[in-house]
Design a protein around this ligand. Structure first.
Ligand code: PMT
Length: 226
C-alpha cells in the first residue's frame, strides 16, 4: 500500500523573491532576494503532493514543473495577486522579501541630476502576510523572518503580532540567507521550536514542509483554525 503524501489534496500558495518599488521609469528600490528559498519551498510542497501556486517578484529562475506561477513587480501587485488566490488556499507560505516602503510619488519622467542631494519620500507598503492572517477565515499561515540580530525573539514577536500559525526565522547579513545556495532556519510556533541546521535550500525546504504538514494536521485534528 502506498503512503499518502503529507500535503496530498491541499492547495499551497507561496510567495518568493523581492519586490521592486518604482522611483521613476528606470529606477527602483529593491533587495537582494534571489527567490531561491521560495522556489525551493514551492518545489518541496509540490513533492509533498500539494497543488502549488507561486507568486514571484522579479527573479531569473525557472518555474518548478507542475507549479502555477504568477509574476509580479511591486508589493501592491503581490498583495493583489495573493488576495486573489487566498480564498482557494489551505496553506500560505510567505518567503518573499517584500519592500516595507515605496516612493510616495513615482516620477513619470527620469529624475534629472540637480544639486548635491536628492530626497525621496517613502510611504509604508501593505503587510501582505498580516493581511492574509487577519482574514475572517485565513488559511494556515506561515511567515518568514529575516533578522540580523535577536533572531528567535524578533521572529516570535512577528508570529504573535501578525497572528501566524508558524514562522521560519533566518539570520541574514553578509553572505547569509539572501542569494545563497544554503540556509538555516529556526521554525517557531506557539508551543514549540525546531532548529533546521545549515543545508541546501532544497533540503531545508523539504524539512520545513515536513514541519508545516505536521502542525497543519495536528491543528486540524484539534479543530483549531487550520
Ligand atoms: O530569496 P533568497 O535569496 O533565497 O533569500 C531568502 C530570504 C532570505 C528572502 C527568505 O529566507 C526570507 O527570509 N524571506 C522573508 C524576508 C522578509 O521580508 O522578512 P521580514 O522579516 O522583513 O518579513 C516578515 C514576513 O512578512 C515575511 O514572511 C514577509 O514575506 C512578510 N511581509 C513583509 C513585509 C510586507 N510589506 N509584507 C509582507 O508580507
Amino acid at each position: 500500500m502506498s503512503r499518502a503524501e503529507p500535503l496530498e489534496g491541499l492547495r499551497v500558495l507561496v510567495t518568493a523573491g523581492p519586490t521592486r518599488e518604482a522611483i521613476d521609469p528606470v529606477r527602483y528600490i529593491s533587495n537582494r532576494s534571489s527567490g531561491k528559498m521560495g522556489f525551493a519551498v514551492a518545489r518541496a510542497a509540490r513533492d509533498a503532493g500539494a497543488r502549488v501556486t507561486l507568486i514571484s517578484g522579479p527573479v531569473n529562475r525557472s518555474t518548478p514543473k507542475g507549479v502555477w506561477r504568477v509574476n509580479v513587480d511591486s508589493a501592491e501587485d503581490m498583495q493583489k495577486a495573493v488576495l486573489q488566490y487566498v480564498p482557494d488556499t489551505d496553506i500560505f507560505i510567505a518567503a518573499a522579501a517584500v519592500a516595507d516602503y515605496r516612493a510616495k510619488e513615482v516620477s513619470p519622467r527620469k529624475i534629472k541630476k540637480a544639486g548635491d542631494g536628492l530626497s525621496i519620500e517613502l510611504v509604508r507598503n501593505p503587510d501582505i502576510l498580516a493581511t492574509v492572517a487577519g482574514q475572517p477565515e485565513p488559511p494556515f499561515t506561515v511567515g518568514f523572518a529575516a533578522e540580523t540580530e535577536n533572531v528567535t525573539d524578533n521572529a516570535r514577536a512577528k508570529l504573535v503580532h501578525k497572528n501566524l500559525d508558524m514562522i521560519a526565522a533566518n539570520q541574514v547579513g553578509h553572505n547569509q540567507a539572501f542569494d545563497q545556495d544554503d540556509n538555516a532556519l529556526t521554525v517557531i510556533w506557539d508551543e514549540g521550536e525546531q532548529t533546521l541546521p545549515l543545508q541546501s535550500k532544497r533540503s531545508l525546504a523539504m524539512a520545513l514542509i515536513g514541519s508545516v504538514a505536521r502542525l497543519y494536521r495536528s491543528k486540524r485534528a484539534k479543530g483549531e483554525r487550520a
